[in-house]
Design a protein around this ligand. Structure first.
Ligand code: DAL
Ligand code: ZN
Length: 246
């Protein structure tokens, strides 16, 4: 290449590397923020440090020693299941199970808090049984599971013999959970249409507590938690921007 053309190419590349945000494609969160600059309620805490909004996935992992405060919710469960949860999530789960019961539905709790070590065992077994690629679509490596936060619960029902299967989404219990869990502060964390973002195939049984206000907002926006979390950072930034000096 002629030196002159090479220089022009170099200048172009440099300009692109330092391109202003306007040239870059907006992220989903930025587009969401442009369409919905108001959340509808004020954020009282920085979403990045709010313990109930903790984002845990492969990119945001927990330390092996992380262990939340835990209590055992008083709900129906599979025999022998470990269903401890963070206290606020546990109370909310009790309300959710009571409401389902009042509708004649029989939910069962299958798996709540899991330590780093327990998650490692589950993940390694899944890799052995299913191979790396398949295991990675179903199971989180240690440190990357929401179950370590104490804010996630896997739920099933009697008629499925308490199994965690995609058939749950077609059962009255699964439909009810999908339609009503946000009223109790939970979200369906892994919808199958979001697998490119969450990394996991659909899990209609995995619910995550984030509190009723955020659960209502994210449900209305119909986005995965990864996107909502990034969106909240933009809302927080706007909320805390100093007002312009006249
Ligand atoms: N099955 C979910 C992704 C977990 O292992 O936490
Ligand atoms: Zn789960």
């Amino acid at each position: 290449m002629q030196p002159k053309r090479f220089c022009s190419l170099l200048i172009c590349l440099c300009l692109l590397a330092g391109a202003p945000a306007a040239l870059a494609k907006p992220t989903h969160a930025e587009a969401l923020f442009a369409a919905h600059p108001e959340l509808g309620f004020p954020l009282t805490q920085d979403p990045q440090t709010d313990p109930l909004l903790m984002l845990v996935n492969r990119q945001h992992r927990l330390d092996a020693r992380f262990k939340p405060e835990l209590v055992t919710p008083k709900v129906a469960k599979k025999r022998g299941a470990d269903i401890d949860l963070h206290p606020e999530a546990a109370r909310a789960l009790e309300r959710l199970f009571d409401a389902a019961k009042a509708e004649g539905l029989s939910l069962s709790a299958i798996s709540g808090y899991r330590s780093y070590g327990t998650q490692r065992t589950i993940y390694e077994r899944s890799v052995e049984r299913n191979g790396q690629a398949r295991a990675d679509r179903m199971s989180a490596p240690p440190g990357a599971s929401e179950h370590q936060t104490g804010l996630a619960m896997d739920v099933s029902c009697k008629s499925l013999d308490h199994e965690l299967t995609s058939a749950f989404s077609r059962k009255p219990e699964g439909k009810w959970v999908a339609a009503h869990c946000s009223e109790y502060g939970f979200i369906l964390r892994y919808r199958k249409e979001w697998q490119d973002i969450t990394g996991y195939q659909g899990e209609p049984w995995h619910i995550r507590y984030i509190g009723p206000q955020h659960a209502a907002a994210i449900t209305a926006l119909d986005v995965p938690f990864e996107t909502y979390h990034a969106y909240l950072a933009l809302v927080w930034q706007q909320q805390n921007e100093a007002p312009a000096v006249p």
